[in-house]
Design a protein around this ligand. Sequence first.
Ligand SMILES: Nc1ncnc2c1ncn2[C@@H]1O[C@H](COP(=O)(O)OP(=O)(O)OP(=O)(O)O)[C@@H](O)[C@H]1O
Ligand code: SF4
Ligand SMILES: [Mg+2]
Length: 476
Amino acid sequence: MTDRDKKTPAPAAAGSDGSGSEPLLKVEGLVKHFPITKGVLKRKVGAVQAVDGLTFDVRPGETLGVVGESGCGKSTMGRLVTRLLEPTGGKVEFQGRDITHMSAGRLRPMRRDIQMIFQDPYGSLNPRHTVGGIVGTPFRLQGVKPEGGVKAEVQRLLELVGLNPEHYNRYPHEFSGGQRQRIGIARALALKPKLVVADEPVSALDVSIQAQVVNLLDDLQDELGLTYMIIAHDLSVIRHVSDRIAVMYLGKIVELADRNSLYEAPMHPYTTALMSAVPVPDPRRRGAKSERILLKGDVPSPISPPTGCRFHTRCWKATQVCKTTEPPLLQLKTGHQVACHHPENGEDQAPGDAPLVADVITVKSAGAAEPVAEPVAEPVAEPVAPAAEPIAEPVAEPVAEPVAEPVAPAAEPIAEPVAEPVAPVASDEPGGPDASPEAPGSVASEGPEKSAVPATDDEGDGSAAPSTGAEGKPKE
Ligand SMILES: Nc1ncnc2c1ncn2[C@@H]1O[C@H](COP(=O)(O)OP(=O)(O)OP(=O)(O)O)[C@@H](O)[C@H]1O
Ligand code: SF4
Ligand SMILES: [Mg+2]
């Protein structure tokens, strides 16, 4: 199936915002602060508040998309729920079992059910292992003997993801980027997991391959009944693949809603700004988009985030209360949660409050008569293509991404999901010594933080993400 919109909707809401089937994954108040240390004694002088109080759930069979600007904590969240990182606070439940601080030994059997696809298809594959060895690793690590033998099962998996089973003995460098991503997918699916967390599964791929991989994930979900959490910074990809979408800003979920509700009537000003910058590929419909909101400035530092609403330094609707009081994530419409005192398309939660001096935002009207080109009067240098505007569309900015993760550029895409620890070195986790690489399916020893850098890997998110969106996606 290539058209996501034809999919059966996800099961009814469960958990926090409705009733229905039990969530597969339940996250409450999840926190991850990376300590910043100084001196030989490693005195703690601060903390990167990468993830700061996330509450959400993932229902069986659905795809939860997660979007947000670079550095807002998406990958950290992915690594926390797959327990590649130890949470600082909060709770993670998988199938009703609390796995928040579960030991590696007790987690091992659960690793079969929770798998991760990493962003960098090359860095996440051990170049010294053949494809057969890589995809077969989860079976060895988990002591699983598939019917017909490991080789036959690996070849079946390769075929499932559209690779030639004859290439069993080839090495990763003999494949294209898209094929390598498929190898990573085959490996993640080897043990028939229940939940797959895919961190930027297509952002390293060129646009034509993006569509292939997105459609592959889609087909596999139908075939194998998978539940996905897909992290991306490309709103077009997220729209295509997701049943529900969580929008993150500076370590927090600011809006969580089903896809249609979010795209038709976004409630958080940040989401509105993101949406307003999405390019409209149909020239006949461009006239309908008359306003683009250009957020000024960069995302504030997660080391000392703004008080109150973290978005208040960039929000054109900010009032005094926004500066002092953090808005809770509330369900203001059925299945639509938002954290804002003055939501768009919804009831004002703090009417009459005095506005903050709003010199941080430009609300720019392109005008219906001039739908394609931006007005010449725009003082900020702004190219015609909306996706090229680094401030206006942070989630769709491909070029800035590799450089926009200063603290942990090589953190996760290089981590070996099935523990093929080539030559682990200490990660940049400032919280202390890193454990050996552990990933879903691995038997690596337990440690406080589990990231690893195979010696052969040389990049972080080195591959820029083409952010023109997944082509072939349905556009409403
Ligand atoms: N091991 C670490 N040690 C210290 N800080 C870290 C570590 N890993 C991540 N961070 C910081 O936490 C914040 C969130 O990082 P994260 O990788 O989760 O962002 P992201 O949303 O995935 O960004 P991107 O879209 O660029 O991948 C960033 O400020 C990052 O620098
Ligand atoms: S709470 Fe205030 S600052 Fe935050 S998004 Fe809403 S209006 Fe803007
Ligand atoms: Mg990331």
